[in-house]
Design a binder for this molecule. Structure first.
Ligand SMILES: NC(=O)c1ccc[n+]([C@@H]2O[C@H](COP(=O)([O-])OP(=O)(O)OC[C@H]3O[C@@H](n4cnc5c(N)ncnc54)[C@H](OP(=O)(O)O)[C@@H]3O)[C@@H](O)[C@H]2O)c1
Length: 257
């Protein structure tokens, strides 16, 4: 029995790893930084007495999800829960942002998440149990001018997760889309958000709080988990506002510093 967490070298992924380890789950952790993963492994094994496997991989590369699956199979790890957490954004006008970074973002946020799910679900189905937590975002609920690719990638994650939630229920597998607002992690820097109003205009949550919330909702098997009362409210009222207004508001929130 093992929980696979992507993007576990820091931020939300690291907090998820701590929560699962605290509950005595063995782990397989994936991220690019082998050294950081080793540090996390040592710490968690020492603190919680669990076994932690690490696998350094760049999940934006096409074959990497298959390599993760092959490693898990080779080591005989029964992946009972999959946390598709690795992801990043990029702030700026679509036509000015680095096209390679945009491609890597879709490869990571969308394709790797889909491929890992596709690879691990059959084993969960044959065991008639499993849990999948996919990191979406409040960004999934509306278009995001100045972060167009990121918002679109999270819209995919939300839609995909909700669909699988229904499909996989009869097999005893839960699928949860966790939708946080801004969280204090490495995300802001990685997404070049210092010139954006996003983290200045909205409330920023701690990664511990968001991970605890996601973990609780995963255990309950919820389909969609929007973290934070303010985020829930904003998403609720945005359903009644014209889409043309919503996209202009998002543009303003992100633009104003
Ligand atoms: N923070 C927020 O405001 C926020 C809000 C809503 C949703 N989210 C979502 O939450 C998830 C976690 O983000 P975070 O906030 O924890 O950000 P973070 O602190 O930047 O952590 C991202 C994690 O993903 C890993 N990663 C990045 N690129 C990777 C790649 N190509 N291959 C494998 N691993 C990769 C990073 O490790 P390495 O650098 O070692 O690879 C790191 O462990 C993301 O999906 C993000 O979109 C974040």
């Amino acid at each position: 029995m093992c929980v696979l967490i992507t993007g576990a070298s820091g931020g939300l992924g690291l907090e998820f790893a701590k929560l699962f380890a605290k509950d005595k789950n063995n782990l397989m952790l994936v991220a690019r930084s082998a050294d950081k993963l080793e540090e996390v492994k040592e710490q968690l094994e020492k603190d919680y007495g669990v076994t932690v496997h690490t696998f350094a991989a760049d999940l934006s590369k096409e074959s990497s999800a298959d390599e993760v699956y092959a490693y898990a199979a080779r080591e005989g790890l029964n992946v009972t829960a999959l946390v598709n957490n690795a992801g990043f954004g990029d702030f700026g006008e679509f036509a000015s942002c680095d096209p390679d970074k945009q491609r890597d973002m879709v490869n990571l946020n969308v394709l790797a998440l889909m491929r890992l799910t596709r690879l691990f679900v059959p084993d969960m189905k044959s065991r008639k149990s499993g849990a999948i937590l996919n990191l979406a975002s409040v960004a999934a609920f509306q278009p995001g001018p100045l972060m167009s690719v990121y918002y679109a990638s999270k819209a995919f994650v939300l839609s995909f997760s909700e669909a699988l939630h229904v499909e996989l229920k009869p097999y005893g597998i839960t699928v949860t889309a966790l939708c946080p607002g801004p969280v204090k992690t490495g995300f802001e820097k990685a997404a070049n958000l210092k010139n954006s109003g996003l983290f200045k205009n909205l409330k920023v949550a701690s990664p511990q709080k968001v991970a605890q919330y996601g973990y609780k909702k995963l255990k309950k098997g919820k389909a969609v988990a929007i973290q934070g009362a303010r985020n829930k409210f904003l998403i609720f009222i945005s359903r009644f506002a014209p889409r043309s207004l919503v996209r202009r508001i998002v543009y303003k929130i992100q633009k104003v510093r």
